[in-house]
Design a binder for this molecule. Sequence first.
Ligand SMILES: Cc1ncc(COP(=O)(O)O)c(C=O)c1O
Length: 408
Amino acid sequence: MIDLAKNLATAPRRTKASVIRELLKFTNKPGVISFAGGLPDPELFPYDFVAGAVKEIMAKKGRVALQYGPTDGLPEFKEEFVKFLQKHEGVSVKPANIIVTTASQQALDIVGRLFIDASDPVLVEMPSYMGGLQVFKSYGADFVGVRMDDEGIMTDDLEERLQWLKKQDEHYKFLYLVPDFQNPSGVTLSEERRRRVIKLSEEYNIAVVEDSPYRQVRFEGSAPKMIYRLDKETHNTDNIISLFTFSKTFAPGLRIGVIVAHEQIIKKMEILKQSLDLCSSSLNQLIAAEFLRSGHFEKHIALVKKVYKTKKDTMLAALEKYMPEGVTWTRPEGGLFLWVKLPESMSADDMFEDAIRENVAYVIGSAFHCDGSGKNTMRLNFSYATPADIDEGIKRLATAVKKRLVLK
Ligand SMILES: Cc1ncc(COP(=O)(O)O)c(C=O)c1O
């Protein structure tokens, strides 16, 4: 066997196994109620729609469905997506402004390839999506973390970091944001701060990556406009790169996503995608096109919102009922996650084994912090477990917390 330490390239040597994947091994233990993964509820997948759509596609467009497609995506799908953006987001784009991706994780890889040279600073939220941090790290990113509060990324903090980077003459290229029901915190970036982000993007000449898998899963409250749209209405910087995915609004197994950006950026991305996978699945793009065209998207998302809202409310009620004083949590208006803060003196990392002993699992918050901070935090997923398991799981988690508190 070759010497992996010597023979591997730099990128895989930089890439560590995701903490979530490592933790998921423990969560498979029989009897464990897991709030660790980020999985949609499989009971909700639109099985009948997919079966019917595949049959019809094979009868009418089998040759297209089973053939390679254009790297930027099938025109049939792109057209439907352009209509979707107009209808749901008030965003007008041309097909040349979009490229279809093998879901958002590939989009993040393309962004990394497009912008990052080894040791480039990349600005990220603290906490941020672990899969984004992992891919950017593999390209050699040096993270510059920006703090968050209940309104999302703190823009004063962001400006300070940008000023400092500019003074150092650093090659900062982009800011990575998950602005809607953020993974991991569940927090949504306020519209006022979105405007400030755009202004800073113009002032400091920096792209903004708006990664928004959960935006359509809003149960309550009103949505701030997409950063992409706000930019068009205000500064028109064309610096915004928006990422969409059907993973949370349809099914992650479909692996279909979309990047929306300026035409010239899309052209560069197309060249990069050619070497990644030539094209995303033609069959799956046709299924997604039919999902949008037939109005199934609206029906499906209404069901997803209803079920997830019930689960989120169940989790909030259980936290209220069982958690001891000193523990706080976010109250997301959508998405799949909420964020729990233990008292500063406690470590969710250290408590993980106790939780597994109590037969409940979560993801440690420090894994989402580019600087390893956030030891007293954890991410809880509410979309996967049943409401009864959510209540029982939070009860078990509270037991683990209370036992630690007594030990202190
Ligand atoms: C913020 C964020 N971006 C990207 C992804 C990747 O999703 P997918 O590749 O399934 O679209 C996820 C998955 O959970 C996510 O939470």
